[in-house]
Design a protein around this ligand. Structure first.
Ligand code: TYD
Ligand code: MG
Length: 473
């Protein structure tokens, strides 16, 4: 295959200290770390490659006063999926490189095929879909299931089952698509490297080559990366600083809701989320995300309370569930799903010491409905109340939401964006909110727009437990 301009050599680079060696060794001779040497291509770039990798900094660029820099309106390629375009900041930027990560089977290929179809529907654009994971026939099968074959996508998406990045780059330079999708970066390989597909060296070098394509030729590139829950497949993680945007597709594989978040975005905010539902015909945008994570109950059940959480600028209402049961023998269990396990352990301790809810000899399970995972302090209070409710076997009155951070002394602390949270709760028909007492000097009174919501301000977890469990029969 054609070598890129410049001389290419392979070196073994220590991932801990950055020292490079000619040969692989088990231990780095510089920093003594074990198993950190990874084969890496070292290039002395020729002039062409140097220009390609640094398009903005042409040789001899002069500094320009901030004010006099032309306001370049970044052009966007809309993918025709509102929720995804929003997370991207208005669409994909030509010449940018985006990494989309998620667990295997979560729906990355589905989402990208739908996005590619949306883009291919625009006049004169086509998409190169390079798949190293599936055959072209399998991609066609999925497209058929998504109903994309007869639309403009049938012609506008060009599929190639190819994992050699050099070849993908050649095809892209020849065909000039608006977007190249590489599914996945873990199957992509560079012919000059020996390492197996998925090794850190291969993943990095593949991404670098595709970045040169993006920046040099103005073609947008989307990389798919598999990430496991515990982050053991670390390959894509090492790419995060290279790419322009990192999107994360999350959710419970066995439930239907999916969340797209941007964890990095050079062309937009990382505050937006997109909510989708996996259905028979791929991922559908959810019409009312605020309501998506709520569960309908016929009867109020002990151990459940709804929390208005903030995901970016959006308030979502999510049901927090707790189950407390006497432990059989040995150390009692603490199981958390969708919430932080350390936080759960801490809340169990605070409940026991400060709120008179002793769970020391009980198994404790906590869960967020809908497969959502949330890591924010505002979840403390609803989580603690769900556990107290389950322990006392008394339901919290239906129509109640709770939000707030719990301190080690059992005191409650205010959380950011309380107005937005309560407004959403009011909009969805909730009637009562248990919230931390507003800090002295802070803005008291009900949040604007939360009319109809009875706001119960409490100072401590003990009071919150009393307030939430007292009024039920
Ligand atoms: P996929 O996009 O292949 O996941 P990934 O690329 O992240 O590994 O999607 C995987 C799951 O989605 C698969 O189990 C089947 C399901 N699915 C649907 O439920 N509906 C559909 O229309 C499609 C295409 C897939
Ligand atoms: Mg896939």
């Amino acid at each position: 295959m054609a070598r890129p301009t410049g001389r290419t050599q392979s070196r073994y680079v220590c991932q801990a200290c950055g020292e490079s060696f000619l040969r692989w060794e088990g231990q780095c001779r510089n920093c003594a770390a074990w198993n950190t040497l990874v084969e890496t291509l070292v290039r002395e770039p020729g002039p062409a490659a140097r220009r390609a990798s640094r398009p903005a900094a042409a040789a001899g660029a002069e500094p320009v006063a901030l004010r006099s820099i032309a306001d370049a309106d970044v052009p966007r390629l809309g993918v025709g999926i509102g929720e995804l375009d929003r997370v991207l900041g208005g669409g994909i930027v030509p010449g940018s490189i985006v990494l989309i990560g998620g667990e295997p089977g979560i729906g990355k290929s589905t989402l990208l095929l739908q996005a590619a179809a949306g883009l291919a529907g625009t006049a004169g654009t086509h998409v190169l879909y390079a798949t190293g994971e599936e055959s072209a026939a399998q991609v066609r099968l999925r497209a058929g299931r998504l109903g994309l074959l007869d639309g403009p996508a049938g012609d506008g998406i060009r599929v190639v089952a190819e994992s050699d990045v050099g070849r993908v780059v050649e095809l892209a330079r020849a065909g000039r698509p608006a977007l190249v999708v590489v599914d996945s970066v873990q199957t992509a390989t560079v012919a000059e490297l020996d390492g197996a597909a998925g090794s850190v060296g291969q993943v990095r070098e593949s991404a670098l080559r595709l970045m040169e394509l993006a920046k040099g030729d103005g073609i947008a590139v989307v990389l798919v990366g598999h990430v496991t829950k515990d982050g053991t497949l670390a390959g894509p993680k090492t790419l995060e600083h290279l790419v322009d945007a990192v999107l994360e597709l999350a959710g419970d594989r066995y439930a239907s809701l999916r969340l797209v978040r941007a964890t990095k975005n050079r062309f937009g905010s990382t505050e937006e989320i997109g909510v989708f539902e996996m259905g028979e015909r791929g991922l559908d945008e959810v019409a009312d995300p605020g309501r998506a994570f709520l569960v309908e109950h016929d009867d109020p059940a002990p151990g459940s309370v709804v929390a208005p959480v903030l995901e970016g600028t959006r308030a979502l209402l999510v049901e927090v569930q707790g189950l407390v049961a006497p432990a059989g023998y040995g150390t009692p269990m603490r199981k958390a799903s969708g919430v932080d396990a350390n936080r759960l352990a801490l809340l169990v301790a605070v409940l026991g010491r400060r709120a008179g809810v002793g769970l020391g000899s009980h198994d404790v399970h906590a869960n967020l409905a809908g497969g959502l995972a949330v890591n924010e302090p505002g979840l403390d209070l609803p989580l603690a109340l769900a556990l107290a409710s389950s322990f006392r076997d008394r339901p919290i009155a239906p129509g109640t939401v709770a939000v707030g951070e719990v301190g080690l002394l059992g005191e409650l602390r205010a959380v950011a964006g309380i107005e937005r949270r309560l407004r959403e709760a009011a909009r969805l028909g909730f009637r009562r909110a248990i919230v931390p007492r507003s800090p002295r000097g802070g803005r008291g009174g009900p949040a604007p727009g939360s009319a109809g919501l009875d706001i119960v301000e409490v100072g401590t977890l003990r009071d919150a437990v009393r307030a939430s469990l007292a009024e039920t029969d």
